[in-house]
Write a protein that binds this ligand. Structure first.
Ligand SMILES: Nc1ncnc2c1ncn2[C@@H]1O[C@H](COP(=O)(O)OP(=O)(O)O)[C@@H](O)[C@H]1O
Ligand SMILES: [Mg+2]
Length: 263
């Protein structure tokens, strides 16, 4: 990809979000500006409550900013759109639908039916290695498998942007590592713009081309750290001094913000 000219995929333009809570107005985000390039993999880290999910929901079009705007491919985001797929930490699968039906759900909404929907769903069910569980219900699956279904469902409608809010946060370390590897392999193949929230600094460095560090509330962008470690990244990558240095730096910055929250 080196040298290739890339377009701005997502433009976050001076976004501010005020919540009207029981205790009055609460500024969750203030003056957030960020350009995300096509096919870029961005990870966002920051202390709990700094507005990461708020920002993701605004990009998804699930929440409206109080002022400012988000643009996707130059168009102002004013609601959800099929070019922006979302994966949440909680699997958000329909418990009454089988794996296959869950993955086909978004396709149905797009008016894709019958054989075509089935073929598309199967492609992504295979991608997440769940072809032996087509007719299983979510309650019959492990946490990792459920999250695989959620990922397949997001991919099936072929979004150009994937918005992921701590998608692996509830999984055990081994499953998380496995899903990270799979996600990176898919990202290298399918080339999507990824906006991935995590509280795990290791995860951010393994996945991202850029790590966005957010400040304590009201959330702002504190620092953007370029991760210039070549892909594919493996478990050995975590042993390199380059990785360690980045980890020390990012972790230190996040910790400072965490202390701010506790003040
Ligand atoms: N619907 C809401 N109403 C009022 N306050 C909210 C609402 N959603 C989130 N908040 C507050 O906004 C801040 C940012 O929340 P959030 O975006 O979930 O942070 P993060 O994902 O970084 O943990 C928090 O202090 C949270 O309590
Ligand atoms: Mg959150």
């Amino acid at each position: 990809m080196a040298g290739e000219k890339r377009n701005i995929k997502l433009k976050i333009d001076n976004v501010k979000k005020i919540y009207n809570s029981r205790n009055g107005e609460m500024i969750a985000l203030n003056g957030v500006n960020l350009d995300i390039m096509e096919n870029e993999f961005i990870c966002v880290v920051g202390p709990s409550g700094c507005g990461k999910s708020t920002l993701l929901n605004i990009i998804a079009g699930l929440l409206e900013p109080t002022s400012g705007a988000v643009y996707c491919d130059g168009n102002k985001v004013e609601g959800t759109g099929t070019e922006r797929g979302v994966v949440f930490q909680q699997y958000a699968l329909f418990p009454w639908m089988t794996v296959k039906k869950n993955v086909m759900f978004g396709l149905k909404l797009q008016g894709i039916k019958g054989k075509e929907a089935e073929e598309k769903a199967m492609k992504y069910i295979k991608m997440v290695q769940l072809e032996d569980f087509l007719d299983h219900y979510p309650k019959e699956l492990s946490g990792g498998m459920k999250q695989r279904v959620a990922i397949a469902r997001a991919y099936a409608v072929n979004p150009s942007v994937l918005l992921m809010d701590e998608p692996f946060g509830a999984l055990d370390a081994q499953t998380r590592t496995q899903l990270q590897t799979e996600l990176l392999e898919t990202w290298e193949k399918e080339q999507k713009t990824c906006f991935f929230i995590t509280h795990d600094v290791d995860e951010a460095i393994i996945l991202a081309q850029k790590v966005i560090i957010m400040s304590a509330r009201p959330g702002r962008i504190k620092e953007i750290v370029d991760i210039n470690i070549p892909y594919p990244r493996t478990q050995e990558t975590k042993m390199s001094s380059e990785f360690m240095d980045l980890k020390n730096h990012i972790w230190g910055q996040v910790y400072q913000e965490y202390l701010e929250v506790r003040k």
